[in-house]
Design a protein around this ligand. Structure first.
Ligand code: ADP
Ligand code: MG
Ligand code: ZN
Length: 349
C-alpha cells in the first residue's frame, strides 16, 4: 500500500509545507517544548509527524544525542532507537488512542508512566491521538501534568477537532497546524512516490489526481495506487476513472442540441449508477466557469463552450430547478430530463 509504504519517515518527507516549516523551526531552536498539539483533518500527517518527533528526540545520531556533535534534528532511521520506534517496540514511546481510552483511569495510568525515567532514550514520548475524545475528568487530570511536566517527558496530542479541546489544555501546548492538504502539497507527495516507484506519469496527470483528492494525502495516495495498478496514464483515462468524464460528455451532447442523444446519455448514466446530484453540481460548476470566461472575469484554459450566453444562463436556471426537485422526484433522472426537454423547447421557439 503506497500510503503506508510512503508514510513520511523524516521531517523533510512531510509534504505539508507549512507544518514542516513550523516543526523545523521548533526543533532547530535550543529548548524543546514538552507538549505539542497537532491539529488538522484526517490524513494530513499528524500521526506520521508525532512518530517522527518521537524518533528525533530519541535518535542516537542527531543533535538530541549527547554523543553526537551534529546540528541536525532529523532522525537517522538507522540507529537502534529509531528502528525500534519504527517497529512500535520502543518502551519510551507510548501511543494512546483516546477514542478508546478516554476515561480518568486511563489518563491516570498514563500520568503514572510519566514519572519513570527513560530506559533507552533521551525522552519518554506520550502520543495521544484523537485527544478531543478525553473526558472532562481526564482533561483535568492531564492538565496538572501538562502544567509541570517532568523534564524527560514530551507529550504529543493530535486532534481533528480543536474546538472540542478545553482552552486550558490548548494553552499549555505548542500548536502545529496541519489544516487540510492542498493540491500543491499533494502533488509534491505524488512526485515523491512516483520517483521512488519509477512510475512515468506526466505532470498533467499527477495534477489532475492531486486536484481531486484535495483534503487528504491518504486518499491521494490510494487513488494514485489504484490508477497505477490499472495501468492508466493519460489525462483522459484518469478523468474517466475519477468520473469527471461524464460531465464533459454531457455538455458536448447538449451542445449538439439533439434531444434523443441527450436522453440516451442520461439513461446510460442512470443505468451505470451515476449520481444525479453530483452530475448537476458538476455541470453547474462548469457552466459557471463558462459564464466567467465569457465576461472576462476569469482567465482559463478550459474549452470555450459553443452555447450562447443566453443559452448558458437558461440552462443554469433550469438545472437549479432540477436540483431542487431531485429530493421529491420518484425517479432520479426525471428532473434533469425535464430540464433538458424544456431547454431544447425554449431555445428552438
Ligand atoms: N504531510 C504528509 N506528507 C506526505 N504524506 C502524508 C502526509 N500526511 C499524510 N500522508 C500520507 O497519509 C498517510 C496517513 O497519514 P497520517 O499521518 O496517519 O495522517 P493523520 O494522522 O493526520 O490522519 C501516511 O501514511 C502518508 O502516506
Ligand atoms: Mg492519525
Ligand atoms: Zn536514529
Amino acid at each position: 500500500m503506497f500510503y503506508l509504504k510512503y508514510r513520511p519517515q523524516t521531517f523533510s518527507e512531510i509534504d505539508n509545507l507549512q507544518a514542516k516549516e513550523t516543526i523545523s523551526k521548533i526543533l532547530a531552536s535550543k529548548t524543546l517544548p514538552h507538549a505539542f498539539l497537532l491539529v488538522g483533518q484526517k490524513g494530513t500527517g499528524k500521526t506520521s509527524t508525532a512518530r517522527i518527533i518521537a524518533k528525533a528526540v530519541n535518535c542516537l545520531n542527531n543533535k538530541f544525542s549527547k554523543n553526537s556533535s551534529t546540528k541536525s534534528f532529523e532522525p537517522c532511521n538507522k540507529c537502534s532507537n529509531c528502528q525500534s520506534i519504527g517497529l512500535s517496540s520502543f518502551t519510551d514511546v507510548i501511543e494512546m488512542d483516546a477514542a478508546s481510552n478516554r476515561g480518568i483511569e486511563e489518563i491516570k495510568n498514563l500520568i503514572r508512566e510519566t514519572s519513570f525515567l527513560p530506559m533507552s532514550g533521551g525522552y519518554r514520548v506520550f502520543i495521544i491521538d484523537e485527544a478531543h475524545m478525553i473526558t472532562n475528568e481526564g482533561f483535568n487530570a492531564l492538565l496538572k501534568t501538562l502544567e509541570e511536566p517532568p523534564d524527560s517527558a514530551v507529550f504529543i496530542l493530535a486532534t481533528t477537532n480543536l474546538e472540542k479541546l478545553p482552552k486550558t489544555i490548548i494553552s499549555r501546548c505548542l500548536k502545529i497546524n496541519f489544516g487540510k492538504a492542498n493540491s500543491v502539497d499533494i502533488l509534491s507527495m505524488l512526485k515523491r512516490i512516483s520517483k521512488a516507484e519509477n512510475i512515468d506519469m506526466n505532470d498533467d496527470s499527477l495534477e489532475l489526481i492531486a486536484g481531486h483528492s484535495e483534503n487528504s494525502f491518504r486518499d491521494a495516495s490510494k487513488i494514485f495506487e489504484e490508477i497505477t495498478l490499472q495501468k492508466i496514464k493519460s489525462v483522459e483515462e484518469i478523468e474517466k476513472f475519477l468520473g469527471i468524464r461524464g460531465r464533459n460528455d454531457l455538455i458536448e451532447t447538449i451542445e449538439k442540441k439533439d434531444l434523443k442523444k441527450t436522453l440516451v446519455w442520461i439513461n446510460n448514466f442512470s443505468q451505470n449508477g451515476g449520481d444525479f446530484k453530483n452530475l448537476i453540481e458538476d455541470i453547474l460548476n462548469q457552466l459557471h466557469t463558462q459564464l466567467m470566461i465569457r465576461n472576462n472575469i476569469l482567465e482559463s484554459d478550459a474549452k470555450k463552450s459553443i452555447l450562447t450566453l443566453t443559452e448558458i444562463s437558461l440552462l443554469m436556471k433550469l438545472l437549479i430547478e432540477a436540483y431542487q426537485n431531485l429530493r421529491n422526484s420518484p425517479i432520479d433522472s426525471l428532473p434533469v430530463e425535464i430540464a433538458l426537454i424544456e431547454f431544447y423547447n425554449r431555445i428552438s421557439s
